[in-house]
Write a protein that binds this ligand. Sequence first.
Ligand code: OSB
Ligand code: MG
Length: 373
Amino acid sequence: MRIDQITLREIRLPLKEPFRISSGEVTERRIMLLELRDRDGAVAWSECVAGEAPNYSSETINTAWMMITQWVAPRVLGVAIEHPGELHAMLDRDFRGHNMAKAGVEMGAWGLAATLAGEPLARFIGGTRTEIAAGISLGIQSSPERLIEKARSALAEGYRKVKIKIEPGRDVAWIAAVREALGPDAHLMADANNAYTLDDAPTLAKLDQYGLMMIEQPLAHDDLVRHAELQHMLDTPICLDESITGLDKAQDMVSLDSGRIINIKAGRVGGFSASLAIHDFCQAKRIPVWCGGMLESGVGRAYNVALASLPNFTLPGDVSPSARYWAQDIVTPEWTMSADGLVRVPLDSPGIGVTVDVGRVEALTVRTEVLRA
Ligand code: OSB
Ligand code: MG
């Protein structure tokens, strides 16, 4: 395989409703799409999950665009490779950070390789599931009543997990209200997106009484040491998201006992090679993993679904169907969820399993750049 051309496009896609987390709010996604072309003309689409603002990680769509054009693409374009697994080392050498920029290209190479091999992406990476369990991630709402309403209808729609975004002042009482309203069997968890410090341990310990499946990333994005201190004060398992930027951090999490569950987002860890390595490591250590989301379009979602088909993705992921985010997605067919909360892994065709509506993408595009070997 030899990638000879990468076309970058930025599209604007308004969310059906604003999504608010403790560190910021988004109403309209600015999404970077990549179209990779092999020397023989085969094409695969991928998505760079960098956000609009540097509130989740230090990357934004603008930094990722620059890093791909100036540093990532030049290392990959025109280079003959046997397997997409080679890209991680090519992009890691003397090149710090910028995992989402790297992952946009690296994952596209996996999509392209699966297409060329004539295999569905999920099977190409070793995925074994035919369907995956979906959870929903609910942004911070205007009131506990509104949150209860959202959580109740999510469970009625079939979602197998409800993740509730929390922040100081919108935490214990809100979780208590949802638990009270939905009963002891509802699969609930909380995600703080770094909103707390160790001084808040007493508040976070109060959440123990509500039987949450886990609490995601309560403390700073890069702080495994204090997460370990906090984990020892809580019964609820800590799940790390922002902190796990590569296999080394997953290993550190286990060594330090900073958390007991990992949310894998391929963009955050630099792509599929690192995701597979973390998956395999966690499986060996009996650490459950699940697939996180970054409000992806149907293109990024295809990669999330493929990843979540791996055997140690034993907990429901943040992989909602297209209609939860968009009036209309940019792929055919759109992603759907069954009444019992399952998303089918596309296994009938080679590659990512959905077709990009190129005409619609062109209509939504606000900037394009074509990179060649
Ligand atoms: O912390 O998991 C997170 C979205 C943007 C940034 C961070 C997060 C999220 C989500 C969205 O929770 C999950 C989804 O894509 O549905
Ligand atoms: Mg999170």
